[in-house]
Design a protein around this ligand. Sequence first.
Ligand code: NAD
Length: 289
Amino acid sequence: MNSPCNRTSILDGKHLAKQIRTQLKNRIKQGVAEGLPTPGLATVLVGEDPASSVYIRNKIRSCKEVGVESFHEPLEESAGQEMLLETIKRLNQDPKVHGILVQLPLPRAGYSEVEVLESILPQKDVDGFHPLNQGALFQGEPRFVPCTPKGILRLIEETQVDIAGKKAVILGRSNIVGKPVAQLLLGRNATVVMCHSRTQRLEEEVRSADIVVAAVGVPELVRGSWISEGAIVIDVGINRQDDGTLVGDVAYEGAASKASWITPVPGGVGPMTIAMLLENTVEAAWGVS
Ligand code: NAD
């Protein structure tokens, strides 16, 4: 982790994710040599949404890099819910497939996301979106933790700051980011405040935070002046601007002048998500180490 100025350090997710992939690659090589099964990840993509296609391509490429076998199941948008459920049923039964990932969002018409997520065997649910896995996290006994929140916790841990007793303010209450991050930080004994689109005095809440996690999808909503001196700032947002560049949910320059640690966009939380997916797949194949 490197330092852009005297006080602020960048939480370099790209670098950390690469380290994790290298460790996984070595672990998989050794495990397979000792007779463990090659971890297998099935990816299911319905339709041809360009962003989803890029995400899936990156996931398949990362599998190859570390030695996870990947099984890709592309379905036409017109395939329909029954065909999708049949595909998942087949993957549930396939012993070479240890993890199943259905790329979200599904096309709007004709699909039930809830039914699809519930049809994945919980022990193959490497995205951690099955209600049983969400419930386990809620009970403080996490099994498969959703990849982006897991990566966020890993980045915070990288600072070596003791999370216990710190005030964490989370912006965004989605099932895939905000809520699981809150559970993970509660599990580390942080005092957690959840903010959302109806929160009043958002600025005041952020000002009181030792740890800020912004996952709203609003470009640079969090201003630098809102950040308290020495806070840890995790920017989950990925917002494409008209000129094609990406910005986060936090105004980076201003926030970096106040924070002790901050994630850049891109290169912060994003790369950690796939690394955690690979880690979850190895855990699905071999159990938690
Ligand atoms: P979402 O749209 O499901 O949820 C957004 C949340 O933000 C909601 O809870 C909403 O109440 C809250 N919100 C919206 N406007 C707000 C405002 N003005 N003030 C306070 N809260 C507000 O989003 P999501 O799926 O959780 O994603 C959030 C962002 O994180 C997006 O930019 C997304 O692209 C990004 N993301 C990144 C990764 C990654 O791997 N880096 C993964 C998932 C999501």
